[in-house]
Design a binder for this molecule. Structure first.
Ligand SMILES: [Zn+2]
Length: 354
């Protein structure tokens, strides 16, 4: 009897010791309420956070997101996520409701396509906001102006030029998915193994653009298939797709608001003409509001600098100043926690190369 009990205990221990050997680096390809899907060695597994990692990554911004590289333990058909590797780039916004934490939308993105409609959605101030947010995290940005078939040619050209004037050199592409016009130059930007992401307000046609690039309606297929499998509506928040070119695409839901999570430097980068003017201000820490001999205000009064552009700069600057200290602190904490978690992994799997 006693012997049997001993054998039972041994059997219970075995699966975990076998699983310990199957530690691998994986990528998060989908994130749904309460869980993840990871891809390791071209296989997909449903995955959850280990208890310890869940506890350590207490803040939402430290939890893995789509695009993250994670250390996982495979056990049969599922996986447990133990640690998140440091991120090369992040796409983050201020959490909805004016929270003081960033909401990380995706990680390790190479290029962000900031998408805007040329119709009623067209808004240069919103474009500036998205661009500051997109570039702040280290990814390259591209602007896509969609629905070119909905505006008259003269107005289309006026809007294209107006957009190009506020992007600080970020390339602007005009496309329409309805007639599949302008998509070829965009396709040329989609390099194999690069991770790209489309952001923009809801209704700008991000999914149609992705479908256009995919060459068929894969996104719709995916949603339908998920419905079939689970017998309920899909709860997937963010999901990664592989284009025929080998590029990985993350589809994000439309964003009604894009709260800035950026330092002032990221704002300055998008307003190079104001940065140049600011060099001529009498005071080095000029706020460009009330100070005497302010070159920015002078340019504004002379009509050299547009009132809209100035107002947008001041607004984004104000927002970024409020959170600047927190951005710094959060980034440092995130990095520290990620490094700590990795070190624990090194100790746990000393013979494995991470
Ligand atoms: Zn000034």
């Amino acid at each position: 009897m006693n012997f049997d009990a001993g054998r039972k205990a041994l059997d219970l221990d075995e699966p975990s010791s076998a699983a310990s050997g199957a530690a691998v680096t994986a990528r998060i390809v989908a994130e749904a309420r309460g869980g993840y899907v990871i891809e390791a060695a071209e296989q997909e597994y449903p995955a959850g956070l280990s208890g310890r990692f869940r506890h350590q990554a207490a803040g939402k911004s430290e939890r893995p997101v789509v695009g993250d590289e994670v250390e996982v333990e495979l056990s049969g058909t599922t996986a447990v996520i133990h640690a998140c590797r440091p991120r090369r780039t992040v796409l983050a916004r201020r959490a909805a409701g004016g929270g003081e934490i960033p909401q990380v939308i995706a990680a390790n993105i190479d290029r962000v396509f900031v998408t805007m409609g040329l119709d009623g959605d067209f808004n240069l101030r919103r474009l500036e906001r998205f661009l500051v947010g997109a570039r702040r995290g280290g990814a390259e940005a591209v602007v896509l102006l969609n629905k070119s078939d909905l505006v008259a040619p003269a107005e289309l050209e006026r809007r294209r030029q107006a957009a190009a004037a506020v992007t600080a050199g970020v390339p602007v592409y005009v496309v329409t998915t309805r007639t599949e016009t302008g998509l070829d130059p965009v396709r040329a930007l989609l390099l194999p193994e690069q991770l790209v992401c489309f952001i923009g307000s809801s209704g700008v046609g991000k999914s149609s653009i992705i479908n256009g690039l995919l060459g068929d309606d894969v996104i719709r297929h995916q949603a339908v298939r998920e419905n079939d499998q689970r017998g309920r509506h899909t709860t997937t928040c963010r999901q990664m797709y592989r284009l025929p070119s080998g590029t990985l695409v993350i589809d994000t839901p439309g964003m009604r608001e894009f709260g800035l999570w950026a330092q002032t430097g990221a704002v300055d980068d998008l307003f190079p003409e104001i940065r140049t003017l600011a060099d001529e201000c009498f005071f080095r820490d000029c706020s460009h509001q009330h100070e005497p001999r302010c070159a920015v205000r002078r340019a504004l009064e002379d009509g050299v600098l547009s009132a809209e552009r100035y107002a947008s700069f001041m607004k984004l600057h104000r927002e970024s100043r409020v959170i600047a200290a927190k951005v710094d602190l959060t980034d440092k904490l995130m990095l520290k926690k990620q490094e700590k978690a990795l070190h624990r992994q090194y100790r746990r799997y000393p013979h494995r190369r991470f």
